[in-house]
Design a protein around this ligand. Sequence first.
Ligand code: C2O
Ligand code: CU
Length: 558
Amino acid sequence: RKTHHFNWEIGYVFWSPDCQQNMMIGINGQFPGPTIRAKAGDIIVVEVKNTLPTEGVVIHWHGIRQYGTPWSDGTASISQCPINPEETYVYRYTVDKPGTYFYHGHFGMQRSAGLYGSLIVDVADGEKEPFNYDGELNLLLSDWYHENVFSQMTGLSSSPFRWIGEPQSILINGRGQYGCSLAGGIQNGGSRKCDVANMTGTQCRPVMFLVEPKKTYRIRIASTTSLASLNMAIGEHKMTVVEADGNYVKPFRVTDLDIYSGESYSVLIATRKKRSSNFWINVGVRGRKPATPPAMAILNYKPSLDYKLPKSRPPVTPQWNDFARSKSFTYKLRARRGTLKNHALTVNRRIELLNTQNKMNGNYLKWAINNVSLVLPPTPYLGALKYGLKGTFDADSPPETFPKSYNVMAPAQNPNTTQSSNIYVLEFNRTVDVILQNANALAENVSEVHPWHLHGHDFWVLGYGDGKFRKEKDIPRFNLKNPPLKNTVVVFPYGWTAIRFIADNPGVWAFHCHIEPHLHMGMGVVVSEGIDLLGDVPKEALACGKTGTELMNTTFTS
Ligand code: C2O
Ligand code: CU
């Protein structure tokens, strides 16, 4: 068991991720941030120094459950105070489970500003993955806007509302090409062909992955997009899906793979016999009418080390609105081995969460859950709950369900919502089912994709359906045999998704739509459990709000 120590400085950098220079958030002067790689059971220590001149920062380790270290979860206002400029915060946690993860900013919309990187956990020494491979490739997918996030946030909270629109570029490992097309004229209805010869040494030169013929490769894919749902395909190579969100799945073969923001997958590919050939890796937009050209990378066979573009056409990604196809992919996921433990077969509580788009105070546009749009309080919940500070957040309990008469297929009759910082207090170690119910948005015939992510836990995905969830009919159909364990799951337009988890991790945890502007507009809830089982919260996590003014000189003995 090893401890890996990192020193990071978070600051603005000028960068050209898609050949156009912009300001981004980098780590140690680099975008994307450095890859963390460790073995299961290892300890990660990251000393984060904030060198952003005028704003706070936090880092969330997406998919790492933080058992016993909820103050290292890195969610502003939930697990800690934002780290002030020039200050340092130490994240210390165990990576207990092998898998493909990533990390990202979790304050304001800093993830959209480029604050992210990969986190990969290998099996512990002496352990083996349940599949074999000869080599590994790592793809971190994201999307990129030229408008800076301050302007984006202002637009989202203005009246009249200003939507951020679709991203300018999709990035693979932080690289995309704006205004030109690698495959020349194929994407985006005939745009200018990129001058790849002149991209040598630039920050937007497409990634080339080197492979050997006749081998098996594991490709790790994670998506930290702000908005886009993606589909990935590799020319002339089928993929076998083996891992999702750090959990093994029953292998299945596909020609292309859907991935929503917050998800990660591993696939295996077998390389062909042809030496010195090369193929496109193509990543296109799903689920929203794409105004963003696909991203591309190159799979290049040895012995050729030449940086050249494939002659073949890039694989075609499916129609953006072919939801039947997306569902058939997502519904195929099964646990490699049934993982529902006995005590998870009895449900102690069921919470139904209706996802709606709303108006507030006249013309402000929000997303709400059971008619509550989330606002985060100035005092982090973790310290407030642990030390019993009253009046730091709304103390009422949020609704557990929504009116049975609500028509999810049409715009709401009364689109108004309230705002609140209230939380779901869960009983420790109890089994909780959550039904995520999608609905029509404000406009007629619109319902959007929402990938929901739960901090601090993995959950079983018990089932999906179209229309309104009906417990008499749908609960008996839950998959209790081999439901996949995940930390992020999609809710399809006009559909519902049912998940189950055990509230066994003392702390306060965000559960939210991973689309950055949706979260910013209130699309999330907060849950807490087992706070009395926690030891003292490190005081560095508490130096703001009421925990700052009321605790700093008194409660702490250390
Ligand atoms: Cu990756 Cu709360 O998110
Ligand atoms: Cu959403």
